[in-house]
Design a protein around this ligand. Sequence first.
Ligand SMILES: NC(=O)c1ccc[n+]([C@@H]2O[C@H](COP(=O)([O-])OP(=O)(O)OC[C@H]3O[C@@H](n4cnc5c(N)ncnc54)[C@H](O)[C@@H]3O)[C@@H](O)[C@H]2O)c1
Length: 231
Amino acid sequence: MSDRRRCALLGFGHIAATTHLPALAACGITPVAILETNPERQALARQMLPQASVYGALQPLLAQTAPELVDVCTPPHLHAAQVQQALRAGAHVLCEKPLVTELQQLHALVQQARAAGRVLGCVHNWTAAPIVRAVGRLIAEGSLGALQHIDARTARTQPAAAAGAAHSWRGDPQLAGGGIVFDHGWHGMSILLRWAGGRPTQVDAQLATRRHHHLAVEDSCEARIKFAGGV
Ligand SMILES: NC(=O)c1ccc[n+]([C@@H]2O[C@H](COP(=O)([O-])OP(=O)(O)OC[C@H]3O[C@@H](n4cnc5c(N)ncnc54)[C@H](O)[C@@H]3O)[C@@H](O)[C@H]2O)c1
């Protein structure tokens, strides 16, 4: 990138403040602009990033700060439109998972990024975990023999908390896109796609709400997935 400092961070909630800021800093990047609509989080952004401009709307941010990189950390229902606007403004985009909540949004964004010659990346942080990489290496070098079956389990007792939100978007299908499949299935699938080889050819899944009956989304999922590689 020609100017690695011109980064805009969209959404200054939990993951932006605790994880993206340090990760950007490790790359020598300090955001010059923040998009945030919650006044308390705006105040925190001003405190933590006194040199950055804080905006409540995306278009003025893009027009006035012309970021080269836009890092999207807002709730899922906002991702597709914000990524689209950022690409249209000429920025490279890193977006938190889930990148989109509808498949057709994905195709449109990939086409847009390719046409604009911009990088569009989604955060697949679990694939960078040392143990996940180590298993990937064992599979690739054949130490485990021909892979036949992967048993992957994720156990949570409650949904992840959102920063300062009285009502977390995670329980609202309109905002989250879905329940645990969207929130954590995204991570599991990002690993399985790398380990299993090829794309899924068959999926049998059962979604259920077993514990968090006050949420309007599923809290459990059991899925059997067949991959083209035979796993
Ligand atoms: N990769 C991971 O391991 C991981 C972990 C946690 C969250 N996430 C993802 O990060 C994203 C954010 O999650 P979070 O836990 O930080 O949620 P959060 O609720 O703590 O943060 C979202 C922030 O966006 C702000 N916001 C809401 N609407 C906005 C708008 N229109 N414009 C600007 N800002 C707006 C909220 O005020 C809030 O501060 C989600 O997509 C989530 O799935 C990823």
